[in-house]
Design a protein around this ligand. Structure first.
Ligand SMILES: NC(=O)N[C@@H](CC(=O)O)C(=O)O
Ligand SMILES: [Zn+2]
Ligand SMILES: [Zn+2]
Length: 426
């Protein structure tokens, strides 16, 4: 028989303290003699977090991350489900590869892994991948993305949007106009000129989002915008939603906190796609996340081994770790600032990503009797100093190293089984 847990005096979504019994994989009624008691006084219970945008790197770059190491990091960050991006080697563009990733997730057992399928064969942007075969596979793919690359060809984008309607899928676009970002290294602005780094202009993101919301409207399909990073992008999504377009958008923790000023260090730890933007963009993204224009927070956890990061800026890879720090950054930027309450965090980091990824039969459920026991216990009063060496990831590229962050994930439960206890892997 599996262990059951009686979580005492826990504040569900920041509300009045109560007890939660986790038994047989679900949230159960009443109390139990056999249950292991956890004193959760001062702790908040949130539904297990769901990440719609994670890079697990397996197959192909197991030096950077594996499904096992990445899902360990996810569990430590409070996640019970992650969507694994398709830019692996080989690319996740067939039923075979997505089933492999899905199976590796099941075997590791730290959190559910839902593979994202590539939109185009090999992420080459030339030919649609076998979207239907991936949707019908054991992995039941519903999210399709060429993330890392933009689906640039409007005809292919239109076809993908039309195709995924058959199985209620969504196309998650990495919005980057390739010609406007050739050789781009950082946010285009006064600073990029001063630093002598090629600029990545806001319009390169905004032009694709504007095109895609119009395409989604035209074909009556569902569009998701990955890692939105500019004030203009927030305005376009706000406009599209007001028009009734079926569009959702995500923001990453680093775009809620860090600005392009950090590029002045020339430390590639701050090199990411889309780039860190201006302070005004950060404020607009936070406001958009607060008012619901931006639906979710997604980590874009992008592990890279040190040889791809410990080099000069222009040669370094784009991307930063995110799974183990996401909830702390959201607390610091959104909760401690009064922009969101804990119910708002649950919506943006669990309920809404589960709905967008079409996994809300199992994830992103309210913490009520009878629901799957996917739960995270979080101490918002704790603080910790980020030490990359302590990460469960195989990579070390966190931009928060040495920073003191609020909050600590104390425990994570996946279907009632502890994956994290006392802040450590169970
Ligand atoms: N975000 C990044 O800077 N890098 C991602 C790709 C991506 O999300 O576009 C990666 O795969 O490393
Ligand atoms: Zn991307
Ligand atoms: Zn990504």
């Amino acid at each position: 028989m599996s262990t059951s847990y009686l979580i005492k005096n826990v504040s569900v979504l920041g509300g009045t303290p109560t007890d939660l019994l986790l038994e047989d994989g679900v949230i159960a009624e009443g109390s139990s003699e056999e249950a292991e008691v956890i004193d959760a006084t001062g702790l908040i219970a949130l539904p297990g977090l769901v990440d719609l945008h994670t890079h697990l790197r397996e197959p192909g770059r197991e030096d950077a991350e594996t499904v096992e190491s990445g899902t360990r990091a996810a569990a430590l960050g409070g996640f019970t489900a992650v969507h694994a991006m398709a830019n692996t080697e080989p690319v996740a563009d067939t039923a075979g590869v997505v089933e492999q990733v899905w199976r590796l997730g099941r075997e590791a057992g730290y959190c559910d892994v839902f593979p994202v399928g590539a939109v185009t064969v090999g992420l080459q942007g030339a030919q649609l991948a076998e979207l239907g075969a991936m949707a019908d596979s054991a992995a039941r793919v519903r999210v399709f993305s060429d993330d890392g690359k933009c689906v640039h060809d409007p005809v292919l984008m239109r076809r993908a949007l039309e195709y995924v309607k058959a199985f209620d899928g969504v196309v998650a676009q990495h919005a980057q106009e390739p010609r406007l970002t050739e050789g781009a290294q950082m946010n285009e602005g006064e600073l990029s000129g001063r630093l002598g780094l090629a600029g990545w202009p806001a319009v390169a993101e905004e032009a694709i989002i504007a095109r895609d919301v119009l395409l989604a409207e035209h074909v009556g399909s569902r569009l998701h915008v990955c890692h939105l990073s500019t004030a203009g992008s927030v305005e376009i999504v706000r406009w599209a939603k007001a028009r009734g377009v079926d569009v959702t958008a995500e923001a990453c923790p680093h775009h809620l906190l860090l600005t392009d000023e950090l590029a002045a260090t020339y430390d590639p730890i701050y090199k990411v796609n889309p780039p860190l933007r201006s302070a005004a963009d950060v404020e607009a993204v936070k406001a958009g996340l607060a008012d619901g224009t931006i639906d979710i927070v997604a980590t874009d956890h992008a592990p890279h081994p040190h040889e791809d990061k410990d080099c000069e800026w222009a040669a370094a890879a784009f991307g930063m770790l995110g799974l183990e720090t996401a909830l702390s950054i959201v607390q610091q930027t959104m909760v401690d600032t009064g922009l969101l309450d804990w119910a708002g965090v649950a919506e943006r980091m669990s309920y809404a990503p589960a709905r967008i990824g079409r996994v809300s039969d199992q994830h992103g459920r309210p913490l009520e009797v009878g629901e799957p026991a996917n739960v995270v216990l979080y101490d918002p009063t704790a603080t910790r100093t980020v030490d990359p060496a302590e990460s469960a990831s195989l990579s070390r590229n966190t931009p928060y190293r040495g920073m003191e962050l609020p909050g600590r994930v104390v425990a994570t439960f996946l279907r009632g089984k502890a994956t994290v206890l006392d802040g450590k892997l169970a």
